[in-house]
Write a protein that binds this ligand. Structure first.
Ligand code: BV8
Length: 250
């Protein structure tokens, strides 16, 4: 593991912060074995473009293919465990709470691994793979079992079931979007972790935090459009950098 350099003035900003906001993306779950969004088409799905599958139009046109893709992802996620990045964020939230400071975790991920690691009040701005919604009753059901008996799956009411995720062209859940924007606009430090920074409005939260006077940072394996905007950039694996950051914070 390459030595991780964490700037002392960034550590000071974190120690003085009363409100910390975190945005996570698929890179935080990569070390748990969850393919990142743009890699999520390995193997069977190599011939599809995720941008074409994660849309209401694709679901209307071909509900069988779309629900098979999502259910394959759901079944994989159910086998995955939180990694050191998830655990470090859950630990950080607990220590902030103990010190009377707020720690808001906003995630684009739909795998519920933050919650499995012990994070609470997670703002899921893109929904969850584990919940599926009946198009007739709009009722949500948690799906933690094996493959659906048929594709597209149907609820007991006979309605088509769709994953409770936000597709491209769909609005974010209102309450989640409002909470995420509030956290980004009022935090002292904003850290974007494991996201390509390509999808909006999530990718705009770092800019909102910066324009609201927050110290901003990015932790990512590769450079992104946010890298030159953030005050601090740490390139590397979230599962290595986050535990080191927590250790440096003491
Ligand atoms: C909306 C759920 C409006 C489904 C996803 C400006 C403003 C508002 C909207 C837009 C806008 N411009 C364009 C839009 C439209 C669109 C959009 O952003 N398009 C992009 C492509 C240009 N946005 C929308 O449609 C949004 N809706 O705006 O609605 C509206 C309003 C009213 C009424 C109607 C409509 C909805 C967007 C949500 C789409 N759903 N996910 C699913 O999962 O299938 S988004 C999808 O991409 C992912 O789920 C994820 O949430 C998102 C971003 O992906 P990442 O998480 O960043 O993953 P990625 O693979 O890209 O990158 C991983 C990164 O991790 C890499 O950088 C890699 O280097 C790094 N990494 C890898 N391993 C590690 C690591 N880092 C650290 N450690 C490691 N080990």
């Amino acid at each position: 593991m390459t030595p991780i350099e964490i700037k002392s003035d960034f550590l000071s900003a974190l120690r003085e912060a009363n409100h910390i906001a975190i945005l996570t993306g698929a890179g935080v779950s990569a070390e748990s074995g969850v393919p990142t969004f743009r890699d999520a088409l390995t193997g069977l799905w190599a011939k599809y473009d995720p941008m074409q599958l994660a849309t209401p139009e694709a679901f209307s046109r071909d509900p069988e293919t779309v629900t098979r893709w999502y259910d394959q992802r759901r079944l994989n996620v159910l086998k995955c465990e939180p990694n050191p990045a998830h655990r470090a964020l859950a630990q950080w939230q607990r220590s902030c709470a103990a010190g009377g400071r707020t720690f808001t975790l906003i995630t684009q991920n739909v795998d519920r691994l933050h919650q499995a690691a012990g994070s609470t009040d997670v703002i899921e701005i893109h929904g969850s793979l584990i919940e599926w919604r009946c198009l007739i009753t709009q009722r949500l059901q948690e799906c933690r079992g094996g493959p659906f008996p048929q594709y597209p799956p149907r609820s007991d009411a006979g309605g088509l079931l769709r994953p409770n995720v936000v597709w491209f062209g769909e609005a974010l859940p209102e309450e989640a979007a409002r909470a995420a924007e509030h956290a980004a606009g009022f935090c002292d430090v904003f850290i974007s972790i494991g996201t390509s920074g390509l999808v909006y409005p999530a990718a705009g939260y770092l800019h909102l935090a910066k324009s609201s006077g927050a110290v901003t940072a990015e932790i990512n394996r590769d450079p992104t459009p946010a890298t030159d905007v953030a005050d601090y950039s740490m390139l590397g694996k979230a599962g290595e950098i986050l535990p080191a950051l927590l250790q440096a914070l003491g």
